[in-house]
Design a protein around this ligand. Structure first.
Ligand SMILES: Cc1ncc(C[n+]2csc(CCOP(=O)(O)OP(=O)(O)O)c2C)c(N)n1
Ligand SMILES: [Mg+2]
Length: 776
């Protein structure tokens, strides 16, 4: 029995080693082809990372074709993208044509992309660190879905990150570790390709074992794969211990240099350092240069037996970090060189490599090139029948109907309106309400989510006692913590916040069931998590982001809390439709729209920039304003045909705009008052319209062109918002009209609202002055 097992295990290792060599060849060749063979028209480097790929092929062979379960999801280190493509090529899920176009238009992407690649990509990667931490948050989302009956416990998978060791330098990793510990993270693996090289250099050995300490402190199991089987066998021989000690104390830089130099250099160095120790010389002399180099670089991350064993040993739920020692560029002439990150094999080196890999000329793209028919068939059967080969794409998640969301009664600030709508939804008996999941980086109360949490509770896998409640201490926050809770509380770390939103907003794609995530954050601190927000949008995750409070309207809180440039972030961020409502009924309208838009295939995430300032609400005669408000703007006061001026405002400065409009109406008869609810959508519509001419689309007028059409061609516009004036000043370009842009372009300061509006020229007087300036 044991013998047959050993036999089977040996067959498995042999097969995985053959796949490893195919991945090494195909990833190297894909990059080589794009750089040295494909026609180049722009003289620019194409690029690709052969050394980073080579570092990981064994890890990926063992993971994808042995360890991976049908519900597991993997985030692949950006620079190993070609290996992932090679895996799917072997599985017949990637075409030669797409590989030939690697890094070209419509070709395989440089870094794995959920939206742009044609192979299944679980997580996009590119900005290092984020693609790692997102796996932990996705594990948390899986737990949420299990607790809410949306995923069956037996279908739980592992969320796995294959990461570069330099990713461990990113602070967001440690923010995530802390949050993971608080939430009792499980079903998460991080496999570190521990080649001890980053982009610029070899990493400091002072960090050796520190990562173990940090991760173990946060509840992780750490499994280190330092030595491969060949090394372990050597260590067991007489004199072998000296090799082990030598390797264990060798500096990263020394190890890298010798790896690059090869067998003769290893021999000279080992003889000099340990040749006098008993038994060592005989061992060294017993190996030729190639064998010696092979043994010395046989680290755990290149040894399929060690990898299979390590993965097999971690079959419970505990979060596990595998530190797999590797050599960057393993098996390639680039191995070990400190400059190998962007290094590439020359055509001559590639020829030598081809000969060693036994790949005939003209057969470079053959999946099993150089292997006999029987062997090729056996390998094809093996990969086709692997769990990943049999994996089915999940069915599309059904859409959640969005009920009518009436304007909230009594709310006079946009933030209060948001809180009321959420509270009303929480009390409603709708499917939408059950699918809402809220989160905030320690600002739940101050962003008006508290009432929602009172109704729907905090999510905790294990029920938690509320000690304050039990002690009958009065508090407005009755936040019960239980498995059915719908608010995920986070500490103050905006990167975590955006990554959790990313994971929540991908639940349809990842788990085939929808969540409607709503996250609130102080508007200025969007900047703290901006790359993670960009990452979420790039991944096409769908969430509602509420930035509140915003602008210098926050007054007494001062310049550190007053957001200035977020309207430009809203305009500039792809995959995010941004609105800045002025009135409570606009908030309700935009939220209903957002919940629908977030679910559409061609939709996006949505960002609402809100304020705590109470303002007089606009009495509505009808609902005609609504379609304009959703399209980006509507006339709050229609201009007369041929009017020579208009005031254009966004958001919270509505009262000042209205006051100025009233004051100017006598001098400038027919002056209009335009409420721009989304500079973002207006600008997008306008630029799409102007480019339509070149893309042969029918160039229908954009919404802003239609809005501005009643004005005289030489009319002047006064634009005003509590934020960067650039968000509206472009409006002058639409019809070539003059603009006086008002807004904030300096840091704010403390003060009362009226003092600040006066100082920063956002008040009615400033608008009236600007109008005068237009006509001087
Ligand atoms: C946020 C971010 N900063 C910088 C880079 C540029 N960059 C790409 S790879 C890399 C170092 C990668 O080293 P490591 O993670 O160890 O990967 P490997 O050695 O396996 O290539 C850097 C700095 C990036 N992709 N993302
Ligand atoms: Mg590295």
């Amino acid at each position: 029995m044991t013998d047959t097992m050993t036999h089977e295990r040996q067959d498995l290792i042999t097969t995985l080693e053959q796949i490893n060599q195919r991945l090494l060849w195909l990833s190297s060749w894909t990059i080589h082809n794009a750089n040295h063979i494909r026609e180049k028209r722009d003289g620019l480097k194409v690029g690709g990372h052969q050394a980073s790929c080579a570092s990981m092929t064994a890890i990926m062979a063992a993971l994808y074709f042995h360890a991976l379960g049908p519900n597991d999801k993997v985030s692949v280190k950006p620079h190993a993208g070609p290996v992932l493509h090679a895996i799917h090529y072997l599985l017949d899920q990637q075409t030669r044509e797409t590989l030939e176009k690697y890094r070209g238009l419509g070709g395989a992407q440089s870094y794995p992309s959920r939206t742009k690649d044609t192979i299944p990509v679980d997580f996009s990667t590119g900005s290092v660190g984020l693609g790692v931490a997102v796996t932990a948050f996705t594990s948390l989302v899986q737990d949420y879905l299990i607790a809410h009956g949306q995923v069956q416990p037996e279908n739980a998978g592992r969320m796995i990150a294959l990461m570069g060791d330099a990713e461990l330098d990113e602070g967001n990793i440690y923010e995530c570790l802390i949050e993971g510990y608080k939430h009792d993270l499980r079903n998460c693996w991080w496999v570190v390709d521990y080649n001890r090289q980053s982009l610029d250099s070899t990493t400091a050995e002072r960090m050796f074992r520190r990562f173990d300490d940090i991760f173990e402190t946060c509840g992780w199991r750490v499994i280190t794969l330092k030595h491969g089987r060949l090394q372990r066998e050597l260590f067991a021989k007489p004199g072998g211990r000296a090799f082990e000690q030598w390797i264990d104390t060798c500096s990263n830089a020394d190890f890298a240099v010798l790896t690059y130099q090869g067998g003769a250099a290893w021999r000279a160095r080992l003889i000099a350092d340990i040749g006098g120790k008993r038994g060592v010389r005989a061992l060294i002399d017993g190996m030729d240069d190639d064998t010696l180099a092979k043994v010395m670089t046989n680290l755990g991350g290149h040894c399929l037996e060690s990898l299979v064993e390590a993965f097999d040993s971690a079959q419970d739920e505990r979060p596990t970090m595998f530190i797999a020692y590797t050599v960057k560029g393993h098996g390639l002439p680039l191995a070990g060189h400190k400059d190998n990150h962007s290094g590439m094999m020359s055509p001559t080196q590639m020829e030598t490599f081809r000969a060693r890999q036994n790949v005939p000329h003209g057969a470079e793209w053959d999946k099993w090139a150089g292997l006999g028919d029987n062997q090729a068939k056996a390998l094809q059967d093996f990969v086709t029948h692997s769990p990943i080969g049999r994996k089915q794409q999940a069915a599309a998640a059904p859409t959640i109907p969005v009920p009518e969301i009436p304007a909230p009664a009594g709310a006079e600030s946009t933030q209060a309106a948001f809180g009321r709508v959420m509270h009303d939804l929480a009390k409603s008996n709708t499917e939408l309400a059950d699918r809402l999941v809220t989160t905030a980086p320690d600002v739940t109360q101050t962003t008006n989510l508290g009432a929602f949490v009172n109704q729907r509770g905090l999510f905790r896998r294990q029920e938690c006692d509320d000690v304050f409640l039990r002690a009958k201490i009065p508090s407005t926050q009755k936040w019960l913590q239980h498995a059915a809770g719908q608010h995920i509380e986070l500490g103050i770390a905006e990167n975590n916040f955006f990554l959790l939103l990313t994971s929540l907003g991908l639940s349809a794609g990842h788990f085939g069931t929808r969540l409607i995530p709503v996250g609130t954050v102080y508007d200025p601190f969007i900047a703290r998590g901006l790359d993670a927000l960009n990452y979420g949008c790039y991944s096409d995750s769908r969430f509602l982001l509420v930035g509140t409070p915003s602008g210098i309207t926050l007054a007494a809180e001062g310049g550190a809390h007053q957001s200035i440039n977020t309207p430009l972030i809203g305009m500039g961020q792809p995959g995010l439709a941004s609105y800045e409502p002025a009135y409570a009924d606009e908030v309700a309208l935009m939220m209903a729209h957002a919940f629908d838009w977030m679910q559409r295939p061609d939709g996006s995430s949505v960002y609402l920039r809100l304020s705590t300032r109470s303002i007089d609400q606009e009495p509505r005669a009808d609902t005609t304003w609504q379609s304009g408000a959703l399209a980006g703007g509507y006339w709050l006061r229609e201009p007369a045909p041929g009017a020579t001026a208009a005031i254009v405002f966004t958001g919270v400065v509505a009262p000042e705009a209205l006051e100025a409009w009233t004051a100017l109406a006598d001098d400038l008869p027919g002056i209009g008052l335009l409420n721009v609810t989304s500079p973002d959508l207006l600008h997008r519509g306008w630029s799409t319209r102007t480019s339509a001419r070149w893309t042969n689309d029918t160039p229908t007028p954009s919404h802003i062109e239609t809005l501005l059409s009643p004005l005289a061609p030489d009319a002047g516009l006064i634009t005003v918002l509590d934020g960067s004036p650039a968000a509206l000043s472009w409006l002058g370009g639409v019809r070539g009209q003059r603009v006086i842009p008002l807004g904030t372009d300096r840091f704010g300061q403390t003060g009362n609202l009226f003092d600040l509006y006066k100082t920063y020229r956002l008040d009615a007087e400033a608008i009236i002055d600007a109008a005068a300036e237009l006509f001087l």
